[in-house]
Ligand binder design. Structure first.
Ligand SMILES: C[S@@+](CC[C@H](N)C(=O)[O-])C[C@H]1O[C@@H](n2cnc3c(N)ncnc32)[C@H](O)[C@@H]1O
Length: 318
């Protein structure tokens, strides 16, 4: 949670609900915190939500206090916009059902997937924290930033979820047509998603692609390391470069710098996964940013729910 230190004039940690989930106090409004995050986006904080209410669930007769809070809460919700409930902690499924029925009964529009408003809650030690915000204010529209995508039978690798998460967060927008260089492509999950979107993929990896991709007309595989490929290819012909290579982050950043010349002049977007050490993470990220700075502006950098000991950066060529 050392990243909170970056916002220390604004944020104070009060307690930890459970591993990695903190109750914080902010000196300004939730809107101001959102603006703060927009100006200086966090890398390791995946989700944030406001709690305007606290209910003591123990020793309540007739849920009186809860109903009083719900009456207040409905004033913060709009009937014009859909809502969903994201409740975590003890007995949360039981309580979620109750809250859902209550709000639907009052005429609010429930929409589980992609709701506009979120009623967030945490139940811990018989205390319920509740709040309302727009999904767009919470850094992620999934509870706790934990996005769970359905597994498709065509899925090739778990790495596919990283790409889907970047798009879901709105950090990455892929073009509808054009050429993509997929560096470190095997077994081919990212290439599969790109090809499915109608993009023409050059996949570079010394390892084999999944056999289901061999006949794919949108994918050409160069079975070699990227250093060999870059030594030969010099044309600026790619709209997008993706790099999910299993490689030390600084070495990988130098490759991204060299590869920048292959991006088309106007629209060039790149994605890079940085494999991180367990110590001195901040220094490593700082060095990578410095290396990339001559060629790219960093649009976003996040420790995704589907990242392991890594962060993924989205870059825009200058
Ligand atoms: C995590 S996997 C990539 C998974 C892929 N994104 C997917 O969706 O299936 C990392 C890959 O990086 C490749 N790799 C490592 N060093 C490389 C290099 N110098 N050039 C090209 N690929 C490299 C490995 O062979 C490995 O297949």
């Amino acid at each position: 949670m050392s990243e909170v230190g970056q916002y220390k004039n604004f944020v104070r940690i009060i307690s930890e609900f459970w591993n990695g989930v903190f109750l914080i106090e902010i000196t300004g409004s939730f809107k101001e915190l959102e603006t703060f995050f927009k100006l200086s986006p966090p890398i390791f904080i995946r989700h944030v939500c406001p709690f305007q209410f606290k209910v003591d669930l123990a020793g309540q007769k007739d849920k009186q206090q809860l109903f009083a809070v719900l009456a207040e809460l409905t004033r913060l919700l709009s009937k014009e916009k859909s809502f969903s409930i994201q409740l975590r902690g003890d007995k949360s499924s039981e309580l979620r059902g109750f809250l859902q029925d209550y709000l639907v009964g009052k005429g609010f529009v429930l929409q589980i997937k992609n709701p506009v408003q979120i009623v967030s809650g945490i139940v811990k030690n018989e205390e319920l924290y509740l709040g309302v915000s727009l999904a767009s204010e919470n850094l992620s529209s999934w509870a706790g930033g934990a996005c769970h995508f359905a597994v498709e039978k065509e899925q090739i690798s778990r790495a596919e979820f990283k790409l889907l998460e970047l798009m879901d967060l709105g950090i990455l927008q892929l073009p509808t047509q054009g050429n993509v260089l997929d560096i470190g492509a095997a077994p081919g999950g990212w290439s599969r998603i790109l090809a499915q979107k109608g993009l023409q993929v050059v996949a570079v990896d010394p390892a084999n692609l999944d056999s289901r991709l061999i006949e794919n007309e949108n994918i050409v595989h160069y079975k070699e390391i990227i250093q060999e490929y870059l030594a030969v290819e010099k044309k600026s012909c790619f709209e997008v470069i993706l790099n999910d290579m299993k490689m030390e982050a600084i070495e990988s950043a130098y490759i991204m710098r060299e590869a920048a010349d292959l991006l088309t002049e106007n629209s060039g977007v790149a994605v890079m996964t940085l494999k991180l050490p367990h110590i001195k993470v901040k220094q490593k990220i700082g060095k990578v940013k410095k290396i990339l700075a001559s060629e790219y502006r960093i649009i976003g950098m996040r420790n995704l729910f589907h990242n392991r000991q890594e962060v993924t950066a989205v870059l825009q060529k200058y």
